[in-house]
Write a protein of this length. Structure first.
Length: 333
């Protein structure tokens, strides 16, 4: 089968499209004909050996997929060959067929198309876990989203709006902020040109944000924490800026606020039933249009390296997907 192949942990340019054997599912696994696969920030890290998960070489990146079940291994009964599904695979998704763990594969409602599922499973799953579970979001909360024009960021904007919150979006350009506005953000802050803490305080009458969604890290985390309200909840989700921030603990004391880690992979591993409930909620919101995963562009396997490069270079607003069944030359749409 055709796949984008990582032969050695190396920069993105080393990835090549080639042939890999089609995976045969072991017990507790299934194989999926991949119709669409999302591109996430960690896909750009895993091929360089910079992610927690280090697959045996050679492998194909691609951590979230939507498609049709080809075959199921022993003990897999919740889906059958031919069923439409989405899955979190960690890697392997930029291929015509991939392997998935049964516990991290979920039936796809008919009303949710493959592209939307592949564009939204990880980002909306993560943002949902953060906002609804860890931060206990309520209507009327003010939610500050850092990196709001990115994959998890835009998902957080939509989920917070759907929950009845007021959303402050922080991103790195006017164009990216316009996308946040189009997805429902109420207040826009360019954190590359404006002091984040002052702008959030100004937008909240001095109170600060009730919830902070932080996928960026670096210097923005402390600025956001300083702009957090009394009893606020700060969600540590990712460090796209590359720097893991050190938090002055006195700020938590002074604000009576919570700092919560959000690690969706671990939720699935440690609490599969709870993860399945949350994924079902997210998919139900996709099915009735309350949440609409944005697909900014789609490409075939040949275009995947360029797409991953754009994401790593901070040039993508929204979400890119790979369509492994598309022929050569059938790129960005
Ligand atoms: N904990 C979990 O379970 C979980 C799940 C999914 C993702 N994540 C993590 O969350 C982070 C965001 O993921 P994502 O899929 O939303 O990524 P993304 O689409 O690339 O968005 C990240 C955003 O961060 C901002 N950013 C600021 N400084 C940056 C820099 N130096 N390089 C790149 N981006 C920078 C960018 O927006 P501006 O240019 O507008 O600032 C970008 O839109 C990643 O670190 C990812 O690994 C964690």
């Amino acid at each position: 089968m055709r796949a984008l192949i990582c032969q050695a942990y190396a920069p993105l340019d080393a990835l090549k499209v080639g042939e890999l054997p089609e995976p045969v599912p072991a017990a507790g696994e299934l194989s999926i004909r991949v119709e669409a696969a999302g591109i996430n920030f960690y896909d750009t890290l895993i091929v360089q050996g910079k992610y927690q998960v280090k697959p045996a070489l050679p492998f194909s990146p691609g951590g979230e997929v939507a498609g049709t079940v080809v075959a199921v291994g022993e003990g897999v009964s919740h889906v059958r060959p031919g069923d439409r599904v989405c899955a979190f695979t960690s890697y392997g998704g930029y291929a015509e067929v991939c392997r998935a763990r049964a516990a991290q594969t979920w039936p796809l409602p008919d009303a949710v198309d493959f592209r939307a599922a592949a564009a939204g499973l990880v980002t909306y799953g993560t943002a949902w876990f953060g906002l609804h579970d860890r931060a206990r979001i309520r209507a009327g909360d003010t939610v500050l989203v850092l990196g709001a024009a990115g994959g998890v960021g835009l998902a957080a904007v939509q989920i917070a709006k759907a929950a009845g919150a007021r959303v402050i979006a922080a991103a790195g350009s006017a164009e990216r902020l316009a996308l946040c506005r189009a997805h429902g953000a109420d207040v826009l802050i360019d954190y590359t040109t404006t002091d984040l803490k002052d702008a959030v305080k100004a937008a909240t009458g001095g109170n600060g944000a009730d919830i902070v969604v932080d996928v960026v890290g670096g210097p923005y985390t402390e600025a956001a924490l300083r702009a957090t309200a009394w009893r606020g909840r700060v969600l540590v989700i990712g460090f796209a800026a590359g720097e893991i921030p050190r938090i002055p603990a006195n700020l938590l004391l002074l604000k009576g606020c919570e700092l919560s880690g959000v690690f969706w992979d671990e939720l699935m591993r440690r609490e599969p039933a709870e993860a399945a409930r949350q994924v079902a909620d997210v998919l139900a919101h996709f099915a009735d249009g309350r949440l609409q995963p944005p697909v900014t562009a789609a490409c075939g396997l040949e275009g995947a390296v360029d797409a991953m490069r754009s994401l790593a270079a901070r040039k993508v607003a929204g979400k890119l997907i790979v369509l492994p069944q598309a022929g050569q030359g059938d790129d960005r749409s």
